[in-house]
Design a protein around this ligand. Structure first.
Ligand code: GLN
Length: 314
């Protein structure tokens, strides 16, 4: 059963970790002060299937900030907001190709003539957040949070501490947002777009909620618990494709080759993998590798994929 699988993998990953060097075990993100304070030992796995069943082990009731795992979902919302707008293509404006660079790279924005990135790295994600439905600023954010909640159980909330901590230290993202404006990639005040992006990254979730968000994608956009259609099938295909292309940033190619599942990471230690038409696996463990991906998270997903031959090209 799913419960047995995650129990087993949870123990195996913990045991095999004993052989790892400190460097191999990874490090909690330290460029956002509030994340640096996280307990590095937190570890949770949840698996949610397309029938609404959820199994969990470990610290699955501990909320953590979703960080970059908001990116595929906010991209979905931008697609949804513009689905009837034939004059505006989110995909054309943002770009859909791998950058090969770190998630917060500035170089990658300048090196391409058209400056286009993809919605999974900071530049593209700030752009996408800027394209959410018109409306008053407060309403745009409310619109985003409501949507994020509709993908899960409605209990996600803004983590004020993370939000304030990141807002006070996100000079690099400010540079990115200003460049996007200079290059005419976004039209509004770049600090408004960045603020909305930072809020989306500061949404607090548990692995249970995250797994359910993933199960909504596995289920073609229909939330398996509320039974509401949140995204269309084709929007889900776009989202999952972008997770393949850039979900683990500069390590996405190696990850796809080895694991073969659309996956997205966040610097608070979340990792979400989707096995289409079946289930989604969410892991939380704050220690990260150099690219900013959870070390235990990757170990868990890799093991499950290999045990059950989940590689989608298998
Ligand atoms: N909010 C983080 C940032 O912009 C998200 C990065 C991430 O999770 N990789 O730096």
């Amino acid at each position: 059963s799913a419960k047995e699988v995650i129990n087993k993998v949870y123990q195996e990953v913990k045991n095999s970790e004993k052989k790892l060097s400190e460097q191999e075990k990874g490090k909690v993100a330290d460029y956002i002060p509030e994340l640096a304070a996280a307990n590095p030992e937190y570890f949770a796995i949840s698996i949610a299937n397309i029938n609404g069943g959820i199994e969990s082990i470990g610290d699955f009731n501990v909320p953590f900030s979703i960080q970059s795992i908001s990116k595929p979902f906010i991209y979905g919302l931008a697609l949804k907001d513009h689905q009837n707008n034939s004059k505006f293509s989110v995909d054309d404006r943002v770009g859909l190709n791998a950058t090969g660079h770190a998630f917060n790279s500035i170089v990658s924005i300048t090196e391409k003539e058209d400056h286009k990135q993809n919605p999974m790295v900071n530049a593209g994600a700030i752009q996408v957040t800027s394209y959410l439905k018109e409306g008053a600023e407060r309403d745009k954010w409310k619109h985003a949070l409501n949507y994020m909640n509709s993908l899960s159980d409605g209990k996600a909330f803004l983590g004020e501490k993370v939000y304030r901590s990141e807002s006070a230290t996100n000079q690099n993202n400010q540079k990115i947002a200003n460049m996007l404006f200079d290059f005419k990639m976004i039209d509004e005040n770049p600090m408004d777009a960045l603020d909305r992006y930072t809020k989306a990254c500061s949404i607090m979730v548990t692995t249970k909620q995250l797994a359910l968000m993933g199960a909504t994608l596995a289920n073609g956009g229909l939330n398996p618990v509320s039974k509401k259609r949140i995204l269309s099938n084709s929007q889900v295909i776009n989202i999952l494709s972008q997770m393949v292309v850039s979900g683990l940033y500069e390590n996405s190619g190696a990850w796809w080759t080895e694991v073969g599942l659309p996956t997205k990471s966040g610097v608070a230690g979340g990792l979400l993998a989707v096995y289409p038409h079946k289930y989604a696996i969410a892991v939380f463990s704050p220690r990260l590798d150099k690219a900013g991906n959870s070390v235990r998270g990757q170990a868990v997903i890799k093991k499950i994929s290999q045990m059950y031959n989940l590689h989608l090209l298998h």
